[in-house]
Design a protein around this ligand. Structure first.
Ligand code: TMP
Ligand code: ASP
Length: 236
């Protein structure tokens, strides 16, 4: 499968067309941004780690019945995925308080919830991805009621599968962000990526942060954290 024209360049990935109108190639970059792109940097090796980890996790999810955009990994940084139109919702699941949840509600990080939470943000950088509920999404015509129900149910299934998988690696899945897409025939599939860019991972013993928060918060040890997650997943 060969890339043809570039269709899109995002903050962390590029998307290319292929000869097949139903497939695109995603190319993962080492570029990192935070705070709506205000903070910019490079995390050496991140593109390959995120590509490989995301593909591996999507294959685990497929086996559990979660439809994803994954088709075939081409090389360390590039993957063939189904062409979808992205539903402009960032779907965030939380198991433990952290980040904007802790800030918004004035609580410390690390409170383990009895039940996971779900929230949506409108995926719009100009508006700084405002929080929205499913009624707002319906009102704005972002998705139908059925699509929103499907997305919620898929997101909770992803959480159950991944929480169990990561605890087996000595990692707490604190929270994560998912994006969903619609294929040409209208099927909702899990899209984008699942990686240390989009998840909070804490070591189960020490609560050491093993994700992009080290970059967001200028904590140092960013590359080592990504490598440690690669090691836990692939033993490399
Ligand atoms: P938050 O606590 O900042 O709202 O982040 C919740 C989760 O979503 C966390 O795992 C990081 C992820 N996330 C993204 O993947 N992209 C984003 O733009 C933001 C703000 C969060
Ligand atoms: N990716 C987002 C940005 O560039 C933020 C984040 O992941 O914290 O703004």
């Amino acid at each position: 499968m060969e890339k043809t024209v570039q269709l899109y360049e995002g903050k962390a990935k590029k998307v290319f067309a292929t000869e097949n109108p139903e497939l695109v190639i995603v190319s993962y970059k080492d570029d990192a941004t935070a705070l709506d792109g205000l903070k910019k940097g490079t995390i050496v090796g991140k593109g390959a780690i995120n590509n490989r980890m995301s593909n591996y996790l999507m294959q685990i999810l497929e086996k559990k019945g979660v439809k994803t955009h994954f088709v075939e990994e081409l090389n360390d940084n590039e993957t063939v995925v189904k062409k979808v139109s992205i539903v402009p919702l960032e779907v965030i699941i939380r198991n433990i308080s952290a980040g904007s949840f802790a800030k918004r509600f004035g609580v410390e990080e690390g409170i383990v919830f009895a039940e996971p939470t779900i929230e949506f943000s409108y995926k719009n950088d100009d508006l700084h991805d405002p929080l929205m509920n499913s009624y707002h999404a319906l009102a704005l015509g972002i998705a139908t009621k059925e699509e929103i129900d499907t997305i919620k149910s898929m997101a909770f299934t992803v959480n159950e599968v991944l929480k169990e998988y990561f605890i087996g690696l000595g990692v707490k899945l604190v929270d994560f962000k998912l994006e969903f897409g619609k294929t040409a025939d209208g099927t909702i599939v899990l899209a984008d990526e699942i990686s240390p860019d989009t998840c909070r991972f804490w070591d189960a013993e020490t609560n050491e942060k093993l994700d992009k928060d080290r970059f967001r918060r200028d904590m140092g040890g960013v590359e080592d954290a990504y490598k440690e997650m690669m090691h836990r997943v692939f033993g490399e």
